[in-house]
Design a protein around this ligand. Structure first.
Ligand SMILES: Cc1cc2nc3c(=O)[nH]c(=O)nc-3n(C[C@H](O)[C@H](O)[C@H](O)COP(=O)(O)OP(=O)(O)OC[C@H]3O[C@@H](n4cnc5c(N)ncnc54)[C@H](O)[C@@H]3O)c2cc1C
Length: 236
């Protein structure tokens, strides 16, 4: 099952027109790692998903089955007892996102961190672009025309980049020439509490399309691991 499928399809209604555009890159999200209890606790039926409830039981020194812990996860969220959600950490690898998205994403400060590809150390000639979705334009001809204009600007930016590189200008100054649609990639480290905060703000329609698309994709990944910690967003 894909959550927010309709929303994803609406944003990507012109995706087929982007295929073959100059250095186009679409987003890709992989879940790389998730906190797992060590063997002693796995043997007690504790899973990544039930770590928040299991650790929260400290307050009453209570015990519960796996099913009890799944129920308690839901209760913790309902009560706003969010601290135990910090028991669970996710590592994602995200590629095909723009510098514009990175600018918005890095405004989130609590319980989240990144390692981005450096444009000081990695040359732009290897780089790609994230084209706008233009999902609000209904005319296919207009969208094709707009994409052609973006292509032209992207080619131009890279041409100037290469020209100045040949004159000895460093990557770190050359990157200033690049549009914010220039792509980047990152590993992101985020705990379940911070991820819920990110989803609250970025799954909402008020969020900009690219970061909202990313939030939909990231959401689908964690729903495979720990649905009780995130399913209320799908219900809303
Ligand atoms: C739809 C949308 C539009 C936006 N538009 C703009 C815009 O036009 N311009 C712009 O600059 N930004 C904009 N932002 C960014 C926004 O202002 C936040 O910086 C961003 O969403 C990160 O949210 P946060 O601070 O809650 O997250 P985090 O930094 O992860 O903080 C999480 C929570 O910790 C607490 N917290 C964090 N820092 C402090 C602190 N210093 N003091 C007290 N409590 C703290 C708060 O409860 C906060 O919600 C926009 C965001 C959204 C979702």
């Amino acid at each position: 099952m894909t959550y927010f499928q309709e929303e994803l399809e609406a944003i990507d209604r012109w995706k087929h027109l982007r295929q073959g555009l100059f250095r186009n890159e679409e987003p890709s999200v992989k879940l790389v790692a998730v906190t797992r209890p060590v063997q002693e606790y796995v043997a007690q039926d504790i899973t990544s998903e039930t770590l928040p409830a299991f650790t929260a039981r400290q307050s009453h020194e209570s015990k519960g089955t796996h099913e009890d812990d799944l129920r308690l996860n839901r209760k913790l969220i309902e009560w706003g007892h969010d601290t135990p959600l910090q028991a669970l950490q996710f590592v994602y690898h995200v590629t095909g996102i723009s510098k514009s998205l990175a600018g918005q994403w890095t405004r989130h400060k609590i319980g989240i961190g990144w390692t981005f590809r450096s444009t000081r150390y990695v040359k732009a000639s290897l780089n790609t672009f994230v084209y706008p979705a233009l999902e609000y334009i209904d005319s296919e001809d207009t969208v094709k025309e707009v994409y052609r204009i973006y292509e032209k600007e992207h080619r131009h930016a890279l041409e100037v980049y290469e020209k100045l590189l040949a004159k000895g200008v460093n990557n770190q100054e050359l990157r200033r020439l690049m549009p914010v649609g220039w792509s980047t990639s990152a590993y992101v480290y985020i705990n379940a509490r911070a991820l819920r905060h990110f989803f609250k703000l970025r799954l909402a329609y008020a969020a900009e399309w690219e970061i909202r698309r990313l939030a939909y994709i990231m959401f689908n990944k964690v729903m495979e691991i720990s649905p009780t910690l995130f399913e209320d967003f799908a219900k809303k």
